[in-house]
Write a protein that binds this ligand. Sequence first.
Ligand code: UD1
Ligand code: UDP
Length: 408
Amino acid sequence: MSLSGNAPSPAAHRPIAGPPRPVRAMLVLGTRPEAIKLAPVARAMSASPLFQPLVVTTGQHREMLQQMLGMLGVGVRTDLAVMRERQRLSELTARLVDGLGTVLRTERPDLVVVQGDTTTALCGALAAFYERVPVAHVEAGLRTGVIDNPFPEELNRSLIGRVARWHFAPTRRASERLLAEGVAAAQVLTTGNTVVDNLLWVLAESSGTSAFRTDHRRVLLTLHRRENQGERMRAMGAALRELADRGDVEIVLPLHRSPAVREALLPELGDHPGVRVVDPLGYLDFAATLAACDLVLTDSGGIQEEAPSLGKPALVLRTTTERPEAVEAGAAELIGTEPAAILAAAGRLLDDPVRYERMAGAGNPFGDGRAAERIVARLAEDLGAPLPHAGGPAPGPAGPSGSYDAVV
Ligand code: UD1
Ligand code: UDP
């Protein structure tokens, strides 16, 4: 029996024997973006009599995760509370695999759902593999092709791809990458990214408060990547201070709680009148702030996807991106991390309205807001419980008509 990426697990095809009972799907999440991107899946499962979603939080992030849990629409069953200040990847990994193994042996779910490329996602997949529970990977197939950039996420997502039974790829490119790596087509579904589902849902449900305070040009800035921490991030901060020196911009920086990020950025940006440093924003307020901004400067994965969804040009402050779709569509630019390049790119956009409008109008290549629907429908079908759906195009049964591919 194998649970490897290319061989479907027999357990994955097991019809539900005896009296029908909901599929017990364990959603493992530990960081802010995982909560945001799994929330639509949790909500879709909660709304279906066919699923019982069990949310297990690892607490890889503490405060930043807590801020997001309300969106899941389902309570947390277990929290492993693993976070330590300045946690090293090795100790974090050890605590996570061990803790998740214990939870899996207690709960015996029908499947484990992980999202993206964090250490929590990798350990969720690995612990499930050890307990012979099939794994569904949401946001599968993203690659830069550079094994240590971003670090450690590129390795994490590649390893999850070896373990997963279901690969829910956000874009056609991500699906094609998985097929090229040898994953069987029947195990891959192009769904769109669940981050779009969540953003649209939040904007429709309620309104938050923008963190901008002036009518200057509004720049939303976030930085946190491990590979940039230290001197490089400090130099990026200095460049952004120079951008604020223009005097006609207001930079809002919702500052990640990582001490390494704070040490790098606060000395440069903490006391500038053109920079508003705020604590991490709740999702409603972050969405409102994004909607109010003119320009995004970020090294975040999720924000690269959200910015084009709201027509906001994004400058990606990294040397690689696993989300080239936005760059190819013209909605984002990959700028790198050199101070001069950052300043030049921001200046070009702020001072050239034609260029700005072109980027702002480039469109969103990441989804149509129905990714979670497709994911849940495919899982229901494969686990022996087809989902009824009313009207509209079929959301996600196997075959090309159910994939996001077929609707873009
Ligand atoms: C992690 C993920 C990264 C993801 C990012 C989202 C890994 C290896 N990295 O990076 O892929 O893009 O989350 O933000 O999984 N901290 C707090 N409170 C919080 C959160 C973090 O104090 O609510 C501090 C802790 O000191 C912690 C440090 O931040 O040790 C770093 O957190 P960690 O999850 O290890 O890495 P991130 O850089 O946040
Ligand atoms: N986000 C938020 N509040 C903030 C900053 C970001 O809610 O103050 C959200 C943002 O909308 C996006 C996600 O957090 O969906 C991105 O998280 P992060 O940049 O930490 O991680 P990454 O996406 O790079 O893994």
